[in-house]
Design a protein around this ligand. Structure first.
Ligand code: ADP
Ligand code: MG
Length: 691
């Protein structure tokens, strides 16, 4: 269906050339409206701007030519592959171009067509061009000359970047005039950046690669600027009216815990506790992130904070992303707090009706209580009588709404978020905005390092035998795969098939179980529980086991297709072993490319989560750091605060200047910014008000 008049908010399926199927594929790329299409920018360019005379091409070189098709046809090969070939001619000479496996081009490329080709030249019965890209520029007599810079777009299954390029190109001239600038002129002038309309033209149809880069810079700049504005606003709000409870540091329960602990706190833990206590005794509301590597001992720090609230007569809650983890915390706390005469209360979805009722009664009361649970704590049904402190473990596993919901309960509780993916402080400021940050950069003493190795495919048998031997000694193992099921598109080993294969083969006679994201949550918990209790020897899995589960008897983490995982993700997986007294191993199995091997070497060589997170950031950018589960934070589509460091500094200064002059952004020239902010970042704005 095509509607006469095009407008920016128009759903893409109304655009010419986009049917329901393409609209669906575009949606996967986050493109819903015509405006989204404009903001879908190329991730790289193919430089076909310098045209070489055909005669000058030599074997082994890369080049771009413009020539006329003087003959063409399909060549079958012995192996059944059909190749489309064409001979192109310009004033200097001729060359054969060849497209293996693309016989269908015979239908669209005709004799007499003038084409631009860019690719590499190889020797095959003479010079032959293998085009990476081609464009039909016109017919025989058209006046065509000059090269091009070709935009390459992020694509998705069923929708190639060429089709995307075609769609964008087709509509660019109608859509661009609808674009209105929303940044004040002096901001742009100061940053030396083009207007929005110019920038969009530059990114989609650059004359040079530098022009494309300049256009992108403007778009990245505005993203960074908006986020800085949001953060500054959030901070201002925080200063204005974030009054919280001023707890008193009575040193009753907290001192008792310190004396009862079977270990002494690390320095980093002591500092973090001190920072948190300072927040809690002030009358400002705490909104702090505690970040620290896997195993750095975050839980105990949170427990000190909870006890501080409780010795002031308030309730405290700790929310974890899974029932299993909640139970684990519950058990830890029950043991640690026994000498103090405190019995925590467990709140999860699978409590019996009676237990639920008893728990609800304790929460609704006004006695100090420590509630440990899942998102059940954040649900409407959970009513707190006097909640003064909340901590959210593995915070990125929760949605903004869940975090907001629990922070909104009780008496405006102080909030502590915990994360096992540590990031550099400067970056934390950008990523988390108005959060204060405490960092545990030290491991408790006496932990066994995990021996980490990379093993090639040829070592498979030996590796599996090693794992089997470990289980025969009574240890347990995880085997992790990147996908649940095999598919025709990739030849990745998958958890389900390998589970069958391993339980019948290498691990025959052992108890092997399978767990992945499509196993229903309650079944998943049952399996994890059985594994924790030692009833399962080998757990075949996808990354669902990532979350902070503690099984000291597990000593092997075997990861297949390690190149498919981010470094931080691998580090999280490795953190599942090395938790007991026995020597532990993390084995990356399988042949990986050279590039991947280099990346993985960083992981093999260091056990430092910070270093790994930094490498991950450098290599893959912000968006990927937290894996797919990341939800809610103001993220960037175009900008990358790590790679765009200078732009980021400039954007921050610009935000500062803007808000200094016009703190509420009420001036007329800032109306555009205000509008875009509320349209684009409503979810993020929500987050900034949390806690
Ligand atoms: P994470 O930061 O990954 O959440 P945990 O809080 O689960 O780490 O702690 C990991 C393990 O280290 C737990 O078994 C905990 O009891 C232990 N632990 C915490 N702090 C110390 C310490 N200072 N000394 C020795 N062991 C500690
Ligand atoms: Mg933890």
């Amino acid at each position: 269906m095509t509607v006469g008049k095009v407008y920016l908010d128009m759903p893409v399926n109304y655009l010419k050339g986009v049917g329901p199927a393409r609209a669906e594929s575009l949606r996967k790329l986050g493109i819903v409206t015509a405006r989204d299409l404009l903001f879908h920018i190329p991730h790289r360019y193919e430089d076909a701007s310098t045209i070489s005379p055909i005669a000058s091409l030599e074997t082994g070189m890369d080049g771009t030519i413009i020539g006329k098709v003087i003959s063409k046809g399909i060549i079958p090969t012995r192996r059944g592959l059909r190749i489309f070939q064409a001979v192109l001619k310009d004033e200097s000479g001729m060359i054969e171009a060849s497209w293996p496996g693309q016989p269908f081009l015979d239908r669209s490329i005709e004799k007499g067509d003038i084409m631009l080709l860019t690719g590499s030249v190889r020797f095959f019965h003479g010079r032959q061009l293998q085009p990476r890209e081609y464009i039909q520029l016109g017919k025989d007599d058209d006046d065509v000359k000059g090269g091009k810079v070709l935009a390459v777009y992020p694509a998705t299954e069923g929708l190639s970047f060429k089709v995307i390029r075609g769609i964008i190109d087709q509509h660019l001239d109608t859509l661009l005039p609808l674009i209105k600038e929303y940044l004040p002129e002096d901001v742009l002038r100061h940053a030396g950046l083009p207007s929005l309309r110019e920038a969009l033209l530059m990114v989609h149809r650059p004359k040079t690669i530098a022009e494309g880069t300049r256009g992108r810079a403007r778009l990245a700049f505005e993203e960074l600027l908006f986020v800085h504005i949001l953060h500054r606003r959030a901070n201002a709000l925080k200063r204005e009216k974030r009054s919280g409870t001023a707890f008193e540091n009575r040193r009753q329960l907290t001192s008792a815990l310190k004396n009862a602990l079977p270990f002494t706190l690390t320095n980093a833990q002591t500092v973090a506790v001190r920072e948190i206590v300072a927040d809690m005794v002030s009358d400002r509301k705490m909104h702090r992130l505690l970040q620290g590597d896997v195993g750095s001992g975050k839980t105990i720090v949170a427990l000190f904070a909870a006890l501080l609230a409780m010795e002031n007569g308030y309730q405290a809650a700790i929310m974890a992303p899974t029932e299993l983890l909640a139970e684990q915390h519950f058990r830890t706390f029950t043991t640690l707090l026994e000498p103090l005469g405190i019995e925590p209360v467990l709140v999860t979805g699978s409590l019996s009706a009676r237990a639920r009722k008893a728990a609800a009664a304790r929460l609704a009361g006004t006695e100090p209580v420590l509630a440990v649970g899942t998102h059940a704590l954040a649900q409407e049904a959970a009513v707190f009588g006097r909640l003064g402190f909340v901590t959210i473990d593995e915070q990125h596993r929760f949605g903004v709404e869940q975090r907001a919901a629990i922070a909104a309960k009780g008496e405006s509780p102080d909030v502590l978020l915990m994360s096992a993916t540590p990031i550099p402080r400067s970056l934390a400021l950008t990523a988390y905005g108005d959060l204060d940050v405490s960092t545990l950069d030290e491991r408790p003493a006496g932990r066994q390092p995990v021996t980490t190795v990379m093993r090639p495919e040829s070592a498979r048998e030996r590796v599996l035998q090693f794992v089997a031997r470990e289980t025969e000694k009574g240890r347990q193992a995880y085997v992790v795969y990147p996908v649940i099921e095999e598919s025709e598109k990739t030849d990745l080993k998958a958890a389900t098939t390998m589970y069958e294969q391993l339980s019948a083969g290498a691990f025959a006679g052992r108890v092997v179980a399978l767990i992945h994201g499509r196993v229903p949550a309650d079944e998943r918990e049952t399996i994890m529980r059985a594994f924790r209790d030692g009833k399962i020897d080998v757990l075949v899995s996808t990354t669902v086991i990532e979350v902070g589960i503690d099984v000291p008897n597990a000593t092997v983490m075997l990861i297949e297709h390690p190149e498919r995982f981010g470094l931080s993700q691998l580090h999280q997986l490795r953190g599942r072993v090395g938790r007991g007294a026995e020597a532990s191993y993390c084995i990356l199995l399988g042949g990986v490319g050279e590039e991947a091997a280099e990346r993985l070497k960083i992981f093999v060589d260091t056990d430092d989560g910070f270093e790994i997170a930094r490498a991950d950031l450098r290599l893959r950018g912000m968006g990927n750091l937290f894996g797919e589960e990341q939800s809610g934070e103001a993220t960037f589509r175009i900008a990358d605060p790590v790679r765009d460091e200078e732009l980021n500094i400039e954007a921050r200064a610009a935000a500062e200047r803007l808000l200094e002059r016009d703190p509420g952004l009420t001036a007329k020239e800032n109306a555009g910014i205000r509008k875009v902010l509320s349209a684009r970042y409503s979810r993020a704005l929500e987050l900034f008000r949390v806690g």
